[in-house]
Ligand binder design. Sequence first.
Ligand code: MG
Length: 460
Amino acid sequence: MTWRLVAALALMAAIPSRRAEGPPAAPPPNVILVVADDLGWGDLAAYGHPTIRTPHLDRMAAEGQRWTTFYAAAPYCTPSRAGLLTGRLPVRSGMASEVRTVLYADSKGGLPASEVTIADLLKGRGYATAHIGKWHLGHLPAYLPQRHGFDLYFGIPYSNDMDAVPDSPDTRIEHPKSEYFNVPVYRDGAVVERPARQETITRRYVEESLRFIRANRNRPFFLYLAHTMPHVPLFAGEGFAGRSPRGAYGDVVEEIDGGMGQLLETLAETGLDRRTLVIFTSDNGPWRGQHGLGGSAGPLRDGKGTTFEGGVRVPALFWWPGTVAPGVVREMGSLLDVLPTLAAVAGVPLPAGRVLDGYDLSPVLRGGGPSPRRTYFYYRSATLQAVRSGPYKLHFLTRPDGNDEPPRRVDPPWLFDLDQDPGEQYDVAAERPAIVAELRRLAAEHRRAVVPVEDQIAKR
Ligand code: MG
């Protein structure tokens, strides 16, 4: 028997089993979802900031997609993160409240176990899952990340300005020290540090992330890295503190950018860069009025806590060399769309038996057409304040001068054409009565379809 015959027989023997099994399925891609806290639309160089230096995020924007019209799920931390992880408006899970805006250190509620998170979905597909950073979806044991599909957790359970020590100085935001804030650091289910050493927390989140990536290089992984910064109080680490022309705020954004550089470098080193989708975004707009220590929404009006564009429109970068088609996307997307998009990318079915508010953006990421999102519903807490369809946005309720004012009814409602007027300066309602009527109808239809559930944020 010649070696040719041996080879031919071996090949013939192999054919039936190959036919039966089909070609080996490509493993699903890794996913790294990075969320900054209170980072404004205008705070990255790639979005036009004149003095903050963000070369690594700019590289992601150049090599991937930079979305200009991407909406958070809410203008505050807790509801926005609930919307991100579930693909559902926070009002549907009880994670939006008229009693309190977010969860605090004395809160007793959290994201209900009945909600299905991105981590639950991907874990079911064999992903290793980790949450590193700020959780803010409930710090009692029933609500921690490991109850929501994450294998690992390292980070703080709520915002870094909470749990202020009673006799800490009134100037604790302008001149912060870690010991003024009794914020714990959790590793999995246990508190391992208190108060959190905030000067080093950004660096430590990145180190934990790199370790997780390297440990899981041979299987699909999902890393949800939610930075504590640039939410005030601002703490920058060695090599960044005191360096940015933008001051302390610039220092912390530049440190986050430096961490993105390390993540991208590690993906290249481990050969995972063409098998990993990296997303970078923010949970809500800039917190204005924090002694000049909050961020910038660029040309957009107002900031955090409002349903003006500055409150909810956030930076959003998608990077996956060879798969994400590079470019600028000016159509709408939202944090609500991340779950359906990742489900499509990983090949898992959407959670059943519930209303989802997100759309699968993966065809847009691959360069295949217009965004399926044509509308956005602007909630502040549990109340619908405005609605957008196409370029038009109708405001029913607003906070005319920002975060700390009580909301007031806008009657007659304001209509803005956001393509023409992204800064929401020129009310065109009187000239477009048919569009006003259509947006009113859309809002009424939406309100009727939202079923009230138990308020998780009010519990204390
Ligand atoms: Mg926030």
